[in-house]
Unconditional design. Structure first.
Length: 255
């Protein structure tokens, strides 16, 4: 398994591999040909950025058996998805700050993010699996009162797409044991979500395959696989941390 990161240092940005607290810079294309360049950098001497800047940011709803059972939702056989603005993406340590005009509830949703590594269109599951570049942590932040404000028109895109409502990171892991890994979310150090990825209804390769029937997916696109039990409101002054085994912890303050 390799951990890929993007970082800011000395007035510029770069990408590379992370191991033992050191980042080995690379040149080239994260999703194409790249090679190591220059000396390794201490990870604590740079600022980590969101490890991917997607053209398409797709999020799933109702994709875990435990939550579907609690809410009485039918088990879907096709991804129930929405589009989240790529402009919502922020990296580790950046603040989640709702617009001043919004004073309603803001929910955290810790999720597994799947990063596409090659173009997919009408792909079967084997092709989709081969196109997965890796996995990252996502906090699919939601303005709950916007989502439900109009009973005739749930505002998924608006509620999910405020600036800063898409924390991603801290790294992309090129391999992950989906049968063993868990997602945890802690508010000010107190764990509020803790669920196994093995409870996922539609696994990543099937999600990408089915979505590719609707739209072409390109390298760097990001799909958040949905959340499970325990998504609750958070308040200004809190710190929210999403952890997935093998990837790391994505931490952001709430303002």
């Amino acid at each position: 398994m390799t951990l890929w990161v993007r970082y800011a240092a000395d007035g510029g940005e770069g990408f590379g591999t992370l191991a033992d607290g050191l980042i080995q810079p690379h040149r080239g294309d994260l999703f194409g040909a790249s090679e190591p360049e220059g000396p390794a950098l201490p990870a604590d001497a740079v600022r980590l950025l969101a490890p991917v800047r997607p053209r398409r940011f797709i999020g799933l709803w109702n994709n875990f058996h435990a939550l579907a059972g609690k809410q009485g939702n039918a088990i879907p056989d096709f991804p129930l998805y929405f589009l989240k603005s790529p402009g919502s993406v922020i990296g580790p340590g950046e603040p989640i700050a709702p617009p001043a005009a919004y004073t309603g509830k803001v929910l955290y949703e810790g999720e597994l993010g799947v990063v596409v590594g090659r173009m997919l269109r009408d792909a079967d599951e084997a092709e989709a699996a081969a196109a997965i570049f890796g996995y990252t942590c996502v906090n699919d932040v939601t303005a709950l009162d916007v989502l439900t404000a109009d009973p005739a028109f749930p505002q998924w895109a608006r509620a999910k797409s405020f600036d800063g409502f898409g924390p991603v990171g801290p790294a992309i892991a090129t391999a992950l044991d989906l049968a063993a890994a868990r997602v945890t979310v802690a508010l000010n150090g107190r764990v509020r979500q803790d669920y196994p990825l093995a409870d996922m209804i539609l696994p990543p390769a099937r999600i990408l395959s089915l979505v590719s029937r609707d739209m072409t997916l390109e390298p760097g696109d990001l799909v958040a696989c949905g959340t499970s039990l325990g998504a609750l409101p958070m308040r200004a002054g809190m710190e929210v941390a999403v952890t997935i085994d093998g990837i790391g912890t994505l931490t952001n303050p709430v303002r």
